[in-house]
Design a protein around this ligand. Structure first.
Ligand SMILES: [Mg+2]
Length: 392
C-alpha cells in the first residue's frame, strides 16, 4: 500500500511530483542560471562597485575582478525526498538552486570575509532577474532572510541561496581539471569534484541583512546520503511518507523535513539489524512508534553540534506534534497489526495520510504481521536522542 507494485500505484507513487511540474522547474532553473551568469558579466550595469563590494575591498583595489557564478541543486531535489504538496495552496514544490560565487576574501575585523558584500550580492542577483521575471510573469519574493525566492506559478517556486567561496581555493582545485578539459572552465554547474574539495567552513552564505555566515550544504547531503547508504533506500521512502503525513496534517507548520529525517535516522540507527527493503509498512511503524517521544524532547541538528532542531517550537506546537504523532502510531498499528478487514485498514491509513493512500485492496496482504514487527526490536528502547549519533 505504501511502496506500490509494478502494476498498482502505492502511496509513494501519489507523492511523486508530476512530470509537468518537474519540467517547469527544471526549465525555469536553466533559464535563471543562464540569465544570472550573463548578468554577472555586465554586473556594473546593474549595481555600482560600491554596492557590490565591501568598502575595504574597493579601497584595496580588489573590486575589478570578473565574477563568474556556479550553480548547484541542493535540498530535497539533491537527496531525492521531494514530494508533491498535499495542500496547494499554501504548500508548493520547492527547488533549491545554490549560486556559488568564487571571490577573493579579505581580512576584516580579524576574520577572512568575502570581498563581495552580502547585501550587494542580493541586490545584484535580484536586479539581474527582475526583467526575466517580468518576461515570464514570475514573482520575486524578497521576504526570505537567506535566499531569493522566485515564484514560478501557484504550484512551484525556486529558492536561490547565495554563497561565496574563496577564489584562491577554487582556482587551486579547478586548475588541473581545466587543463585536462577546457570545456569545464565555462561550465555553469558547480562541478562535483570542485564542490567536494572546498575546505570545510569556507562556504559562506549571504544573508539579506548584509551578514555572511558559514553554512555548508554538503553536510546535510552527506549525513542523509550516508544514512541511506547504511540503512537502505527504505529510509528515504519512510522520510517521504512522514513528510506526506505532515503535509496532510498541517497546511503550514514548523515541523521541518530535516526534523522528520533526523527522527527517522535515529530510529533506524537504534534498530538491531536492517529493515527489509520490501516492508515499508513495518519500517514506518517502527519509526512512528518512537516519534511521539522523540518529538517530546530535544532533537539534535545532525550536522551542527550543539544546535537543536526543535528550539523554536512553542509548547502548544510541540504538544500538537506529539498528539498527532501518537494518533499516527495508533492508526498505523491498528491498520497493520490489528485489523483483518482490508477496507478498515485502508480507511485508518487514509485518516492520517489522506486520500493519497490508494483505496486498493489488492495491495494489502493479510499475514501474521505482529510476529514480523517484533522481529526487529530496538537495541535499547528508548535511547535518549542526545547520546546517539556518535557513530556516524
Ligand atoms: Mg527552499
Amino acid at each position: 500500500l505504501f511502496k506500490g507494485t509494478i502494476s498498482d500505484n502505492g502511496y509513494l507513487d501519489h507523492l511523486k511530483i508530476s512530470d509537468s511540474a518537474d519540467e517547469v522547474l527544471r526549465e525555469a532553473k536553466d533559464v535563471i542560471r543562464e540569465h544570472v551568469r550573463e548578468g554577472f558579466k555586465v554586473a556594473e550595469q546593474y549595481v555600482q562597485k560600491a554596492v557590490l563590494f565591501e568598502r575595504a575591498a574597493v579601497l584595496a583595489g580588489m573590486a575589478d575582478e570578473q565574477l563568474t557564478p556556479r550553480f548547484r541543486i541542493q535540498g530535497s531535489f539533491a537527496y531525492h525526498t521531494v514530494n508533491s504538496p498535499a495542500q496547494n495552496p499554501p504548500q508548493q514544490i520547492d527547488l533549491d538552486d545554490g549560486i556559488y560565487l568564487p571571490v577573493s576574501f579579505i581580512s576584516m575585523k580579524g576574520r577572512a570575509q568575502p570581498s563581495v558584500a552580502a547585501s550587494g550580492f542580493f541586490t545584484l542577483v535580484e536586479k539581474i532577474l527582475t526583467p526575466l521575471c517580468q518576461k515570464y510573469e514570475w514573482d520575486i519574493d524578497r521576504s526570505k532572510s537567506s535566499c531569493i525566492r522566485i515564484l514560478i506559478n501557484d504550484e512551484v517556486h525556486i529558492d536561490l541561496p547565495l554563497y561565496s567561496i574563496p577564489d584562491k581555493e577554487f582556482k587551486r582545485i579547478t586548475e588541473a581539471a581545466y587543463a585536462a578539459d577546457s570545456a569545464l572552465r565555462s561550465s555553469v554547474e558547480f562541478a562535483d569534484f570542485a564542490y567536494r574539495s572546498i575546505p570545510h567552513d569556507q562556504i559562506m552564505l549571504a544573508r539579506r541583512n548584509g551578514t555572511w555566515e558559514p553554512s555548508d550544504p554538503r553536510k546535510i547531503e552527506d549525513w542523509f546520503n550516508g544514512a541511506v547508504a547504511s540503512h537502505g533506500k527504505v529510509l528515504r521512502r519512510v522520510c517521504r511518507y512522514l513528510k506526506g503525513w505532515r503535509d496532510y496534517q498541517w497546511p503550514e507548520c514548523s515541523l521541518s523535513s530535516i526534523t522528520l529525517m533526523a527522527c527517522a535516522v535515529i530510529v533506524f540507527d537504534e534498530l538491531s539489524g536492517d529493515l527489509p527493503d520490501d516492508r515499508d509498512d513495518i519500517a514506518l511503524l517502527k519509526v512512528c512508534e518512537r516519534l511521539p517521544s522523540l518529538l517530546s524532547g530535544s532533537i539534535p541538528n545532525p550536522v551542527i553540534p550543539g544546535m537543536m532542531l526543535d528550539e523554536k517550537w512553542k509548547p502548544e506546537e510541540r504538544r500538537d506534534f506529539q498528539n498527532r504523532a501518537a494518533s499516527l502510531y495508533s492508526e498505523l498499528t491498528q491498520a497493520i497489526t490489528q485489523t483483518y478487514e482490508k477496507s478498515t485498514a485502508i480507511s485508518r491509513l487514509q485518516k492520517v495520510f489522506g486520500k493519497r493512500i490508494p483505496n486498493n485492496q489488492t495491495l494489502l496482504l493479510i499475514s501474521s504481521e505482529e510476529a514480523e514487527v517484533k522481529a526487529y526490536p530496538a537495541i535499547s528502547v528508548p535511547a535518549p536522542a542526545v547520546q546517539r549519533s556518535k557513530s556516524g
